[in-house]
Design a protein around this ligand. Sequence first.
Ligand SMILES: *Cc1c(COP(=O)(O)O)cnc(C)c1O
Ligand SMILES: [Zn+2]
Length: 434
Amino acid sequence: MKTMANAQATGHVMRCVHCGKVQETADRMFHCTQCSELLEVVYPERADAPREFGLRLREIWEERRGSPLPENSSGVWRFRELLPRVERQHIVTMSEGNTPLIPLKKAARALRLPHLLVKHQGMNPTGSFKDTGISVAISIAKAEGFSWVCCASTGNTSASVAAYAACAEIKSFVLLPAGQVSAGKLAQALEYGAHVLQLRTDFDGCLKVLHDVVRKFPAYLLNSLNPYRLEGQKTVAFEVMEQMNWTLPDHVIVPGGNLANGSALGKGFMELRELGLITSLPKISIIQAAGANPLVRTMRENGGTQLVRVNAETRATAIRIGNPASWRKAVSVLNNTGGMCEEVSENEIAQAKAELGSEGIGCEPASAATLAGLKKLAGAGFVRPSETVILVLTGHMLKDVDYMKQAPGQSLIGPMEADGDSVIRTLEQIYAQH
Ligand SMILES: *Cc1c(COP(=O)(O)O)cnc(C)c1O
Ligand SMILES: [Zn+2]
């Protein structure tokens, strides 16, 4: 079995998020050898990193913008001083990251929150934030010489794994819950040439099966148990701070499924604070669908000490997860940043998605949970009108167009006769309503 090179060469070690044991190598399931909990990547050389180093990094990152080199134009690898060291020829990148930060208008007025923005991670190469994490993790797989990679997925991870594996010329297989993945995501995985195995179970079941499979087959696991995924995903915090001109937002709100994304976001901000580039942390809040709310229940029922598993059910399929792997990491982020964990109903998600759409911003249902959650947090007074709020939109609207068939507020007319008079009559009626 392949293991990591030593910490000196790679600049990092792995530390258990539960018992704290530090290890230089990990097995293919990325479990702590002592207590089998998840690992996180830490950088011992940076322990006494001074503020001067931080300020120098800001300049270096700035200079790289606009550079044509792939490792500089990537919104992930541009920040490589804060990533595991990977040799240039092993970096697998498709210019991921570099996503827009867009101010909301209607929602800002309606909620009386003038400083409300969305960070649209759906603008990544395969249409979700997964690309930022997969870019790093698959680069490690390449450096370690793997010829196969794999994942279990609700859809977006499989699309990303398939694309990045193709880019890296590595073979891939993905396990999907049969009948539960949107046509768009499935089409992506197939188009990019992954071997797609549909299993008669849900996501949690697929992940369990994958555990058995990787013990027998030499394939590199790209689920978010893999701590390198989070290293790529944390760079969204760096991008946001650059785009905010280093003014700290008060709140950042993300949807929560397997809970890696919220964890990565928190890690990114915490590393910036360690480097003195920011002096405090935004409150990071995590929103779940009411039908897939294990973190909400875990916080409510035992204060985050013991995971409460649920049978997940929601039309926001990207967060349809009942047994989230990164729950401990997410609990730390909530505790360290003072964020909240909230749940929203299917109707609230659909409504929020339609509202975003009505200002020209499309996203996946899971992403819209952030706006639905914000409404609750603002209603409860946790988010105040003077505060700056960033919603992380995790996936592209075109990922799941079937969802829209039942959406509120749409105006689809016809089929009707193809003559000017009928169209004009119809338009007269429409104009009269406005
Ligand atoms: C994966 C995904 C999520 C959930 O992220 P986790 O890291 O699993 O919490 C949310 N939205 C979209 C669009 C996703 O693809
Ligand atoms: Zn441990």
